[in-house]
Design a protein around this ligand. Structure first.
Ligand SMILES: Nc1ncnc2c1ncn2[C@@H]1O[C@H](COP(=O)(O)OP(=O)(O)OP(=O)(O)O)[C@@H](O)[C@H]1O
Ligand SMILES: [Mg+2]
Length: 288
């Protein structure tokens, strides 16, 4: 029998589609976007949801905005591509390095489970860029890779578009604004302000317990200290205006378990369990 080489291929539309459907609840889009914004060294993040009538249909609008390292005409392609990940090599001057969360190049592809994705970004050096992808979910459903239209913008057009989307405070600074329409079949459940706030605090990088852990363990971390100075402005459904949420206002419990050895130091005698509930609950020490 003749031997021959075979290089496996990727069924592109199928791969994009499966990854776009990875998340089971709509709030998870915020976990992804917070990770991406923090990886882009954002210091301010705005997350907003609203419901608008578009073409006589109720449409959920999700805005994911930050003032981090923006994208340009070339780097925006990694945002659109599958398995393409570009992270900043160095922190902005004077800032401590951050540990990156994302590396797979899958995350933003969950935005394709929507009726439209728009990205408006500026890296502070190259021309601002705007990109629009129409009906990615529909295209993937018929086994097509959705097309994106990318165009360079003037600074004036960037400013106008940011103002039009309600993020005029970004001015002409660097940053990325992502607008996703009709995400996850327009599901509203889970996007109500209080539920979304809880989600952000429990299940995203913003709800980090590291500051509390540093305090309990009496250690310091320049990265964590720096992140506590960042701001997140959240507006879930039914809430106006945005509410600021502090980094690490987590409701998680910190549970510290340690073995206390006997006098010869070789056999655990008992376990000390420290439960420290954040949000003002008293420190509770249990022993067994
Ligand atoms: N808010 C943002 N600001 C700047 N660049 C971004 C932002 N969001 C995404 N990107 C760019 O898009 C690329 C793709 O993002 P994506 O979330 O798909 O992958 P990732 O974060 O690298 O990995 P993961 O799949 O683990 O999330 C990133 O590597 C980054 O270059
Ligand atoms: Mg990511």
């Amino acid at each position: 029998m003749t031997e021959y080489e075979y290089i496996p291929i990727v069924k592109e539309a199928h791969a994009f589609r499966e990854i776009s459907l990875d998340f089971t609840t709509p709030a998870e889009i915020f976990r992804e976007s917070i990770a991406n914004s923090l990886d882009a060294y954002a210091r301010r993040i705005w997350l907003r949801t609203s419901v608008e009538d578009r073409r006589a249909r109720e449409t959920v609008v999700i805005d994911l905005v930050d003032d981090g390292f923006g994208l340009n005409e070339n780097t925006i392609k990694a945002f659109l591509n599958l398995s393409d990940s570009v992270k900043s090599e160095a922190p902005p001057p004077g800032n401590p390095a951050r540990r990156m969360t994302g590396y797979k190049g899958h995350g933003t592809k969950i935005y394709y489970n929507s009726e439209q994705v728009e990205v408006l970004s500026y890296d502070g050096r190259s021309s601002p860029v705007y990109c629009r992808m129409v009906d990615p979910r529909g295209e993937l459903a018929v086994n097509k890779v959705p097309k994106a239209d990318i165009k360079k913008l003037s600074l004036e057009a960037l400013k106008q578009q940011r103002e039009g989307w309600g993020f005029g405070e970004l001015g002409l600074g660097q940053g990325t604004s992502i607008r996703v329409l009709g995400y996850h079949q327009n599901t509203k459940s889970g996007l109500e302000h209080d539920r979304l706030r809880d989600f952000v605090l429990w299940f995203t990088r913003w709800g980090s317990w590291e500051p509390k852990l540093c305090a309990v363990a009496k250690t310091t971390s320049t990265e964590v200290a720096d992140l506590t100075k960042c701001s997140l402005f959240l507006r879930g459904l039914g809430k106006k205006p945005s509410q600021q949420t502090a980094f690490c206002l987590s409701r998680r419990m910190i549970v510290t378990v340690c073995h206390i050895s006997d006098s010869r130091g070789n056999r655990p005698d008992y376990v000390a369990l420290t439960v420290d509930c954040i949000d003002g609950w008293p420190l509770d020490v249990l022993r067994s």
